[in-house]
Design a protein around this ligand. Structure first.
Ligand SMILES: NC(=O)c1ccc[n+]([C@@H]2O[C@H](COP(=O)([O-])OP(=O)(O)OC[C@H]3O[C@@H](n4cnc5c(N)ncnc54)[C@H](OP(=O)(O)O)[C@@H]3O)[C@@H](O)[C@H]2O)c1
Length: 265
């Protein structure tokens, strides 16, 4: 994966470029970033990245091409570069809701396609990224996984689960943010100022997640450790459940899933 071209240097494209360099997976000079309005990423030029507003030219010498444009921009981008992409290249698409089958329909030659679904925490190297592939060898998939592993945690899944992954891990950022905000509001009501309350809520959320990620623990086991009989934690937790906390979360996730599947208008 010597030369990398990122088509669409917006939020995600720029975050991937910076993350690859920060994690020492690629040199800035080996990464070309394209967009129509290059002046908006002048700061990246100063970091050594190559810039181009000609997608065809940018794709030519790349071993890996990462598509980071909006879904509505995909057709024009792939009609433009579809005939330039060749068999030895790997095409990664981060575009939400677009299948590998649809991407391959724009390409003249059979090409390894890998679909990636990261989340916004990719900007700080903490993404949960799901990958699936079409016509990619085990090595090509492993090489791309290694790149995304440098930007967080990566899971290879079946393509049929890609929409579910979008809800759980990409929309999931918003769901956890809402919990942190609600906990902050509780903290403010108990007497902390907003800044202190947010720090305490966010650090506690991070601590809870790290407890699960760093050991083989289970949420219920960790809950049992902090719920003293007749204590304040179990009283609060049971009240949250009486108010439908778990049910609201599951229903919210399923509503997002129905929406992404086009079942809910
Ligand atoms: N943000 C995330 O964390 C996240 C997570 C998962 C998936 N995604 C997916 O990633 C994709 C990009 O999201 P984003 O948030 O980064 O969007 P964004 O900030 O709007 O970036 C899209 C970029 O594409 C460029 N672009 C448009 N047409 C182009 C063309 N013909 N050639 C080259 N560049 C072109 C735009 O710049 P110009 O207008 O200057 O060309 C823009 O900078 C979306 O499909 C989204 O669904 C994003």
């Amino acid at each position: 994966m010597k030369k990398i071209t990122i088509i669409g240097g917006g939020n995600l494209g720029s975050a991937i470029a910076l993350g690859l360099v920060k994690s020492k997976l690629a040199k800035a000079t080996d990464i070309t970033i394209t967009r129509r309005n290059l002046s908006k990423i002048n700061h990246l030029k100063k970091e050594g990245f190559r810039m181009n507003n000609n997608n065809n030219e940018a794709v030519k010498n790349a071993s890996l091409v990462i598509l980071c444009v909006q879904p509505k921009q995909l057709a024009s981008v792939l009609s433009e570069v579809g005939s330039s992409v060749h068999r030895k290249q790997v095409l990664v698409s981060t575009i939400t809701g677009i299948s590998t089958e649809e991407i391959s329909s724009y390409l003249k030659k059979k090409t390894a396609i890998i679909r990636a679904m990261p989340n916004t925490a990719i900007a700080i190297g903490q993404s949960m990224t799901c990958l699936c592939s079409k016509d990619a060898s085990a090595k090509q998939l492993a090489d791309v996984k290694r790149l995304f592993d440098g930007l967080g945690t990566t899971l290879i899944i079946e393509e049929r689960l890609m929409k579910a992954a979008t809800v759980l891990a990409a929309s999931g950022i918003a769901f956890f943010m809402r919990y942190v905000r609600a906990a902050t509001q509780g903290g403010i009501q108990m007497g902390f100022d907003a800044e202190e309350a947010q720090l305490m809520a966010a650090q506690t959320a991070q601590g809870a997640a790290t407890l699960l990620l760093s050991s083989e623990s289970h949420p219920e086991l960790e809950i049992d450790k902090v719920t003293t009989p007749e204590g304040c934690t179990i009283a609060g937790l049971n009240e949250m459940e009486h108010q439908g906390l778990s049910s609201a979360l599951i229903r919210g996730i399923m509503t997002s899933f129905e929406k992404i599947n086009g079942i809910k208008k």
